[in-house]
Design a protein around this ligand. Structure first.
Ligand SMILES: C=C(OP(=O)(O)O)C(=O)O
Ligand SMILES: [Mg+2]
Length: 418
């Protein structure tokens, strides 16, 4: 029997911030039904594909009924009756139907929901786990968590400017051990903050968001938590997401909370000093998406650590290609909804790996119960995943999915950064 897409249905659901987002459900001719929910960012890059929202609707966070309508009336109309196994063709058809570079007509949220739901339905109809369908027999590497445990910037209301302070259990032997290590450090950090009468309320990704004197105090707290939890700076390294595009205006970096301004040179020096003083192995968006010459300089100076482009590359092969050409960064953050289809996401990952860039598969600050990124991390043997703290269900859903995948791959899995 020839398998066909029988029905595609879009609907509005809520994300972890309580804002509307898009879900698509795909039904195949054998009765297989699978759904996918797209996430949503807060510190979004200027060049991300367009998340279509209804500006005329008063729903807080703005509704996505137009995107849903585009699924139900346009995408469904063209894709019903086609083979679900032709993922690249389906994704290309959706891009062509949209007809713009940034998917502003149909919405990257509408297109991505369908793209993922088609892949999930295909995997399910073949009785394959999603990572196996996407990655084939060679999918075997469980990612090292890049776990955000302390928040600042646009993700919290405290007075810390850096957006994410993360831990990486690089010395663990397995995903299970790495996750346990991170979780123990997270709970220890909570105890330390409580003891000092600091807030243990959490930000959007589950990291704590206490009021501190600044970035260095945040790093000191984390180092203390690592030690008190029984680990050390050999087996646990630090990673930062500066999210500095948020600070950039007219060639200067203006830190909104501490109210100081820095030039590109000041910023590079600041980051360099932090890496000298602390066991930091990865810095994301250390400079703005508009500061390409600065990125070249930063990469020249700090090439011994991982320099991840999030806003800089927006999971876009053209942007990444430019980065590779001029030597900007050495790693890419991969967020499917920055580009809008599975095919384009995999193209970006493939180009990165070919060029010797590392990849970090990432959630968004507005997430859901959808666990696709866990499967993608394993499918492409990325070795790193950024999916928040272990205390909010939309984040633990991804960790729990990875735990199950590791169990399925007993005896053949590998772990972490090569
Ligand atoms: C996950 C991030 O946040 P957001 O989803 O808000 O862009 C990030 O900046 O890496
Ligand atoms: Mg980022």
């Amino acid at each position: 029997m020839c398998m066909l897409i029988e029905e595609i249905k879009g609907r509005q659901v809520l994300d972890s911030r309580g804002n509307p987002t898009v879900e698509a459900t795909v039904t195949l001719s054998d009765g297989t039904v699978q759904s996918a929910i797209v996430p949503s960012g807060a510190s979004t890059g200027a060049f991300e594909a367009v998340e279509l929202r209804d500006n005329d609707d008063v729903y807080f966070g703005k509704s996505v009924y137009k995107a849903v309508k585009n699924i139900n009336e346009i995408l469904a109309h063209h894709l019903v009756g086609t083979s679900p196994y032709q993922q690249r063709l389906i994704d290309r058809m959706m891009c062509d139907l949209d007809g713009t570079e940034n998917k502003k007509n149909l919405g990257a949220n509408a297109i991505l929901a369908v793209s993922i739901a088609v892949a999930k339905a295909s995997a399910s109809s073949l009785n394959l786990p999603l990572y196996r369908y996407l990655g084939g027999f060679n999918a075997h590497r469980l990612p090292c968590p890049m776990m955000n445990i302390l928040n600042g910037g646009a993700h919290s209301d405290n007075n810390v400017d850096i957006q994410e302070f993360m831990i990486m259990p690089v010395g663990a032997d397995s995903f299970r051990d790495g996750l346990r290590q991170c979780t123990e450090i997270y709970h220890t950090l909570k105890t330390l903050l409580k003891k000092d009468k600091l807030s243990t309320a959490v930000g959007d990704e589950g990291g704590f968001a206490p009021n501190l004197s600044g970035d260095e105090e945040a790093l000191e707290y984390i180092l203390k938590a690592i030690e008190e939890a029984g680990y050390n700076t050999e087996n646990t390294k630090l990673a930062l997401d500066i999210a500095s595009s948020e600070w950039y205006a007219e060639g200067m970096y203006n830190l909104p909370k501490r109210k100081i301004s820095m030039t590109t040179e000041n910023m590079i020096e600041y980051l360099d000093n932090l890496t000298e003083k602390y066991p930091i192995i990865s810095i994301e968006d250390g400079l703005s998406e508009f500061d390409w010459s600065g990125w070249e300089e930063l990469t020249g100076k700090l090439s011994h650590i991982q320099l991840v482009g999030d806003d800089l590359f927006v999971t876009n092969v053209n942007k990444l290609y430019n980065g590779i050409k001029v030597g900007a960064g050495n790693s890419i953050l991969v967020k499917m909804n920055q580009i809008g289809t599975l095919t384009e996401t995999f193209d970006a990952i493939e180009l990165a790996h070919k060029a010797g860039y590392t990849t970090v598969i990432s959630h968004r600050s507005g997430e859901s119960e959808d666990t696709t990124i866990a499967d993608i991390a394993v499918a492409c043997n990325s070795g790193q995943i950024k999916t928040g703290a272990p205390c909010r269900s939309e984040r633990t859903a991804k960790y729990n999915r990875l735990s199950r995948i590791e169990e399925e791959l007993t005896g053949v899995s590998t772990y972490g950064i090569e």
